[in-house]
Ligand binder design. Structure first.
Ligand code: SF4
Length: 280
């Protein structure tokens, strides 16, 4: 049982887990969630952390700029809402790093509110229930209307958590186990899902055939492992590349990776000393 799935979970725990779940696998979060909560037991503790501390605490969760947005979110909740995690959609969506899905999830899971939640798994299930086996062909507003009509009032939290489980285990993008699915009597695509749907690979900027987002994560990871969380740019590049560095690597690191991480406020670069460090 994942810690954020307890009955009547702490709104703070739901907020943290939903932030983590935005781009990280569930099992990885389950492994790291308890230590994070121990380090930051409540919103007040989180609001007082420094950038460097939270970047270090985010180790293993990937997409490090989420850590900074979470810190900003905690600061805003303390300053604007007296440290109480809002239970209104408009207030939640105004917080840093919170989009429509996360706002709805916090309302239902943390506050027990009746609201439709649509994540990528639920979107796929609803598309199929409506008879559209490839979710890419579905109409977003039709799905939103269906989502709002179908969930049982008073049980939004359980309903959507169950759907998320079905999406993760039975109604997968490339493998639908309709025979085991509890929705098969109500699903227009049951036993008819077209498994020829090809995975569309997103093209993304890369270097040495590795996406730049992976290199950015690796750069922060290398700095996390340095004794003072700082390193000269040249040594850092060697540690990141783990191979013989060439002129193209140097140019790419200077012009792409370092500026992107500085822009995201994850690192600082001192041109005088040529030292790169985790943001303080
Ligand atoms: S019956 Fe099949 S297609 Fe329909 S929701 Fe279940 S697993 Fe998905």
């Amino acid at each position: 049982m994942f810690p954020w799935r307890y009955a009547n979970p702490e709104p703070y725990h739901v907020l943290i887990s939903e932030y983590m779940l935005q781009q990280t696998q569930t099992q990885r979060i389950a492994d790291r969630f308890p230590a994070f909560i121990e380090r930051y037991p409540n919103i007040q503790a989180l609001s007082k952390t420094t950038k460097q501390e939270i970047i270090l605490a985010w180790q293993g969760l990937g997409y490090n700029n989420r850590a900074l947005r979470l810190r900003e979110c905690a600061l805003t909740i303390v300053e604007k809402f007296g440290g109480i995690i809002p239970d209104m959609y408009d207030q939640l969506i105004s917080l840093p790093g919170i989009g429509p899905y996360t706002a709805s999830a916090i309302m239902a899971f943390a506050h027990g509110k009746d609201i439709a939640i649509i994540d990528v798994n639920i979107y796929r299930i609803y598309s199929r229930m409506m008879g559209i086996s490839n979710p890419a062909d579905a109409n977003k507003s039709m799905i939103a209307i269906f989502a709002d009509q179908i969930y049982p009032r008073g049980n939004a939290s359980e309903w959507h958590q169950a759907l998320m489980d079905i999406g993760a285990s039975l109604c997968k993008a490339h493998h639908a186990q309709c025979n085991a699915c509890p929705l098969n009597m109500h699903c227009k695509s049951a036993f008819q899902v077209n498994m020829d749907v090809k995975k569309i690979k997103r093209k993304e900027p890369s270097h040495r055939d590795v996406p730049n987002r992976i290199w950015r994560g690796r750069t922060v990871e290398c700095l996390r492992n340095r004794p003072s969380f700082a390193e000269s740019k040249e040594l850092l590049l060697s540690a990141v590349i783990e191979q013989q560095v060439n002129d193209q690597d140097i140019l790419w690191f200077d012009q792409t990776i370092i500026p992107a991480l500085v822009k995201d406020s994850l690192i600082e670069y001192d041109m005088q000393t040529n030292i790169v460090s985790i943001a303080s």
